[in-house]
Write a new protein. Structure first.
Length: 69
């Protein structure tokens, strides 16, 4: 579970087994959920980043600095 000041609450869980990776992210107050599944083991970092990016975009949140936009 993550909580950053001034941002919506995000609940998440990730994992993998037997050649698969997964990420589940929820924004309960905004009624938004994201599930990412991959048929590749050891891809948790990529799957997590993709899931978080989708969830942040759905919440209209950007972690980019002003000069990076």
């Amino acid at each position: 579970t993550g909580l950053l000041f001034g941002m919506p609450r995000i609940l998440w869980h990730n994992g993998g087994t037997g050649g698969f990776s997964s990420y589940l992210g929820l924004s309960p107050e905004r009624h938004i959920g994201v599930v990412v599944l991959a048929n590749k083991g050891g891809a948790n970092a990529v799957v997590d980043k993709l899931g978080v990016d989708i969830l942040m975009r759905a919440n209209h949140i950007s972690f980019a600095r002003e000069g990076d936009r």
